[in-house]
Design a protein around this ligand. Structure first.
Ligand code: S6P
Length: 557
């Protein structure tokens, strides 16, 4: 059975754990290029393909017609994890830019607003919660355009929402954004629900024949770190959402397809712009990697939505690399006031403001830590003068900044000279590519990647449970049954599995595993050596670089 493209290993990145940091950046760039050029036999389904441009154009026209009526309209963008964060990002961007009283643009993120910057992976598995959030967000509107983002065509939370929309097409127009062909949508059982994602996706495709629904699913190729949809799929999501909404809400009477193509080309240019600075990015990866290896922290600081890109990048490292939440964290100027998020000020749970960072976090930083400045202003830079942490500056305007550049270990200066949309959404793409490179590269240096796999993935939802099984199968060189046995032994820290454990639903295994570290590496070692879970753990303690421990054992077999 073919695996979804978003879960395949990318041929271009199989050595990413074994090359120097410049080569890491080269690999990331080559993988990113596939977003625009398409991938293997799916080239005709690339983001630039006529059928995708046509679908975007049709959708944009439908949205444009609806929003120009007098009815109360809501556009809701929804997703889990990175897809939810991007839903927020895009809705927040348009919040300041629409001037129609009858139109609201809202976001939904599984797990609520805390998930905007901390990992909340489990709510992804709940279709009923998805539906309830949708009902709450759309109460009182006559017409709703619902855009559900799930890169892998897999999230039950989004499935529940799309399914509800399909049953209520008088009010809802459902749109599905993702990066697999429909037939590769997830077909596993969803607990306490009677459908799979594939069932919903097929129905979406059927309804799209009559214009009652839309499916926008270009193929962008596998991720550089297998399954890490925060990377290419996240970038492609940003591109699609902005292109759809910017063209739909554009009041000039310009040819729609021309506008769409122009937006896509600008996005391609923005992505390429990030990689014009390979050498400073590689240097930045070295600094961040060293910090993580010495138990230091990486702190992103910035303002506005570019600052939010730091929060987003940081939070994704927890499920992807098994990072601790404060290993890498982001702060944005004016915190929640700037975010203007639905749940309001959550600083009693986590303070994410730059002001808090300057006052309470920075004074405790040492030379082992790193501050990454995302297009900062002079005041921010100056207020952190003298802080012993290493500093990386990412800027579009080094020369206008009028600061002492000697304060910085690295300056990543991105020349935006000939951009139509400078400081607009395309600039978010540039920053995203650089942040993704820094955090991915640093975790590779920390040994959290083996070949191009995230071997320390946190087992925190159903998709990740099955991804973990695949990892154990691949590196433990075993069958499905054995992989599951080893995973459960690692989760329950036992040497044999009793009936009670075996009869528990997958959601219970996930609940137990979510708070635990190094579950997958432990399971791989159990599988490779037939040792006890305790022995596997002590082996990992002796060789903390997980990649080395696994490589050593794999080579022995
Ligand atoms: C991926 C990230 C995850 C995903 C989330 C939603 O790098 O760690 O949080 O965004 O699982 O995935 P999907 O396929 O529904 O967009």
């Amino acid at each position: 059975m073919q695996s979804p493209i978003t879960e395949e290993s990318n041929d271009l990145s199989t050595t990413i754990d074994d090359v120097d940091t410049i080569e890491i950046v080269n690999i990331l760039q080559n993988c990113d290029k596939e977003i625009f050029s398409g991938w293997k036999k799916y080239k005709s389904d690339s983001i630039f393909s006529p059928n995708i441009i046509q679908t975007i154009s049709n959708l944009s026209k439908v949205i444009s017609d609806i929003v120009s009526s007098d009815e109360k309209i809501c556009i809701v963008i929804s997703g889990c994890g990175t897809s939810g964060r991007i839903s927020f990002l895009v809705s927040r961007f348009f919040q300041d830019r629409i001037n129609r009283d009858n139109l609201k643009i809202r976001y939904i993120i599984a797990g609520g607003d805390l998930a905007l910057f901390t990992p909340q992976e489990a709510p992804e598995d709940d279709p009923k919660k998805g539906k309830n959030c949708l009902l709450k967000a759309t109460e009182g509107f006559n017409k709703v355009i619902f855009i559900g983002v799930t890169c892998g065509l897999s999230a039950p939370f989004v499935a529940g929402q799309l399914d509800y929309c399909l049953n209520n097409t008088d009010k809802f127009i459902p749109v599905l954004i993702g990066f697999n062909p429909i037939n590769l949508a997830r077909n596993s059982k969803i607990e306490d629900w009677d459908k799979t994602f594939l069932n919903v996706a097929e129905r979406m495709a059927e309804y799209s024949q009559n214009g009652l629904a839309f499916v926008v699913n270009p193929i962008v190729g596998p991720e550089p770190i297998t399954g890490s949809s925060r990377m290419k799929s996240g970038t492609a999501t940003i591109i699609l959402l902005y292109t759809i909404l910017a063209t739909a809400l554009n009041e000039n009477n310009i040819n729609r397809e021309t506008l769409i193509e122009k937006a896509l080309k600008e996005a391609e240019k923005a992505n390429a712009l990030a990689y014009t600075q390979k050498s400073p990015i590689a240097k930045g990866i070295n600094i961040c990697g060293e910090a993580l290896n010495r138990e230091g922290r990486i702190c992103y600081v910035g303002k506005e939505l570019v600052g939010f890109m730091g929060l987003m990048d940081a939070s994704e490292c927890v499920p992807t690399f098994g990072a601790d939440i404060y290993d890498i964290f982001g702060y944005v100027k004016n915190g929640y006031k700037f975010l203007n998020n639905v749940e309001g000020d959550l600083s009693f749970k986590a303070d994410i403001s730059l002001e808090y960072f300057i006052q309470f976090v920075a004074p405790k930083l040492t030379a082992y830590d790193v501050i990454v400045f995302l297009t900062p202003d002079k005041i921010t830079v100056n207020s952190l003068n003298g802080c012993p942490a290493k500093k990386i500056l990412i800027t579009f305007s080094k020369d206008d900044l009028d600061i002492n550049l000697l304060e910085f270990s690295v300056v990543i200066n991105l020349p935006i000279g000939n951009f139509d949309n400078a400081n607009s959404w395309t600039m978010q793409l540039v920053i995203k590519a650089v942040c993704n490179a820094l955090s991915t590269g640093a975790h590779i240096m920390k040994g959290k990647v083996y070949k191009n796999r995230m071997i320390d993935v946190r087992v925190s939802n159903n998709k990740l449970f099955f991804r973990s099984l695949n990892l154990i199968k691949t590196f433990g060189k075993c069958n499905d049954e054995m992989a599951k046995e080893c995973l459960l032994k690692a989760i329950y820290e036992v040497n044999s599995l009793n009936q009670e454990i075996l009869s528990l639903p997958i959601s219970s295994h996930i609940e137990k595993a979510t708070a635990m570290g190094k579950v997958v590496p432990t399971a791989i070692i159990i599988c490779l050596t037939n040792c006890s879970s305790e022995e596997a753990k002590s082996m990992l303690q002796e060789t903390p670089m997980i990649r080395h421990a696994i490589r050593l054992l794999c080579n022995k077999r």
